[in-house]
Structure formats: C-alpha cells, structure tokens
Design a binder for this molecule. Sequence first.
Ligand code: NAP
Length: 285
Amino acid sequence: MKILVTGSNGQLGNELRLLAQHHIELVFLFTDFEELDITDEVSVEKTFSAFNPDWIINCAAYTAVDKAEQEPEKAMLINAQAPGLLAIIANKHNTRILQVSTDYVFDGKNYKPYGEDHPKNPSGTYAISKAAGEDNVLKNSKAAIIIRTSWLYSAFGANFVKTIRKAGRERGQLKVVADQIGSPTWAHDLAEAILIMVIRNAEAGIYHFSNEGVCSWYDFAKAIIELSDIQCVVNPTDTAGYPLPSPRPYYSVFDKSKYTSITQQSIPYWRDSLKKCIALLNEQS
Ligand SMILES: NC(=O)c1ccc[n+]([C@@H]2O[C@H](COP(=O)([O-])OP(=O)(O)OC[C@H]3O[C@@H](n4cnc5c(N)ncnc54)[C@H](OP(=O)(O)O)[C@@H]3O)[C@@H](O)[C@H]2O)c1
C-alpha cells in the first residue's frame, strides 16, 4: 500500500513519519510545502502521477487560528480550496483521501459529546475554512474519510504543552482559561488511529478522535506543570479574562463511539498520553 502524506513537517505529519518506521510493509511519501504545495494543482497532479498512491493523508493546514483573522484568503486557500482540489485529483487517480479536521467546526454550545452528524456551526476564519474543507472533500470524493480531532499536541512543533512548559519555567505563575472544556489529543495517538483506519480500508465518512477524558485548559495546564515537575502556580481565569482575536468553542468534547466500534480499539486517557509526551520532551531538553 502506498501512502502520500502532506504537511509532514507539522505535529501530526512528524508522528506519522515516526510510526512509518514500524510499518515496513507500507510505502510512504512524506511531503511538506517545499516538496508539495497542496494549493499548486500542477504539482499535486505531478506527484499523484509519479507516486500513484492508494491513500493521501492530508496533514497540511493553516493552523494559526488567530492570525487567520488577518489572512482569511490564505486560510481559505489552504484549509478549504486545497483539500477540495486534493479530493478531485485523488478521485481521478482512484486514491482514497483522509482529511484531518477539527472540533472548531462546532459552535461549542452543546451540553453532551458531539456526534459526527451534529450540525456544524463554525465561528471565526480558521473554523469556517476547516468546515468548508470538509464539505469540499466530501463533495468531491465519495470514498473520503474526515477525521476530526481536538487540542492536538506533540513533542514536534509548537503547541499548548510546550508553551505552558516554557511560560511556567520563565514566569512561575500563570493564568489559564477554566471555562472552555475539551479533550487533549497526543498527535502520536491520532497518527496510530489514522494508520489503523487506512490499513483496514475503513468505511468512508466522518469520524471523531481525541484522547479519552475531559478537562479545561486550566486542568490541562495544571497537569502539564505537575507532570513536568515545574515550580509554577497555575490560576484559573475565564474566557473574558483572556480575550483572543478568534472565538473558541466553550464545549468541544467528541462522541468517539463510531471510531471505537469500527476499529475495536480503546483510546488512551489524556493524562496517560500527556505523561508519555512529557517524558519525550524531558529527554530532548
Ligand atoms: N493543532 C491543533 O490543536 C489542532 C486541533 C484540531 C485539529 N487540528 C488539525 O489537525 C491537522 C494537523 O495539525 P498539526 O497541528 O499537525 O498542524 P501543523 O503542525 O501546523 O502542520 C501543518 C503543516 O502543513 C504545512 N503547510 C502549510 N501550508 C501548506 C501547503 N500549502 N502545502 C503543504 N504543506 C503546507 C505547514 O507548513 P508551515 O508550518 O511552514 O506553514 C506545516 O508543516 C490540521 O488539519 C489541523 O487543522 C489541529
């Protein structure tokens, strides 16, 4: 099986790269912007013709949520139009596409975990662009899989875990939002879930994946500081006390039963995965 991965210098792409070492039966082509700009139709077509993949896993994205408010055209091009283009070309080459999406497609006003079919209601440029990306992929490829995830972190790239560790060490006191609830996801666990679905040629459609359990950003930050053994006081604040250019959902917990029932896999608890990632980060520093 041949698998083309885009955006592979990011968090998820790097985790897939690591896992690929344990799957010698699979042939991967890892690309990022320099090798394959997903907005460049000619380049995408050329790569498909040369590599002829069975699957494309699209990890490429514009992920700067707040900056997207100043660069809406760029965010829409990368997150909405390009995935649609990838789906059209994938379809033409008989390649299945797996598009990665986000909890931000929901408005966060639910009171119970979001099922895959819950109506989308994105708010803010990033969320709108990712929701449009889902629609464009599904419209152009009936065999597509969309996998939505939330609060992604990894030992690779920039993320909340690294930001909190750095800020905690430098400042010794932090204020973190306690009224937004969700589920952290270690990109390593997501990469494993994606490969399971690809290898098993899972049924087309939308799936939800995050780590198990629920917390606020404040709980997440407390856990990061504790597990990293950093001397820092973490205080709760609310969304109003930490204004950002782009709105965040208040509640973005997924119902993951579709993923667990089709794969028969259990999902690691968020704190257990966080501990593993922090051990890796400690090895690096
Ligand atoms: N991060 C989160 O908290 C989060 C939460 C939910 C869902 N997601 C979704 O999960 C997926 C993976 O996220 P991630 O955190 O791994 O993202 P990431 O670390 O930002 O990686 C994205 C990669 O795509 C590259 N890229 C950007 N534009 C490209 C283009 N035109 N062609 C090819 N590559 C391009 C980026 O390069 P540059 O860095 O040079 O731009 C980067 O290497 C995304 O779809 C994201 O929307 C993320």
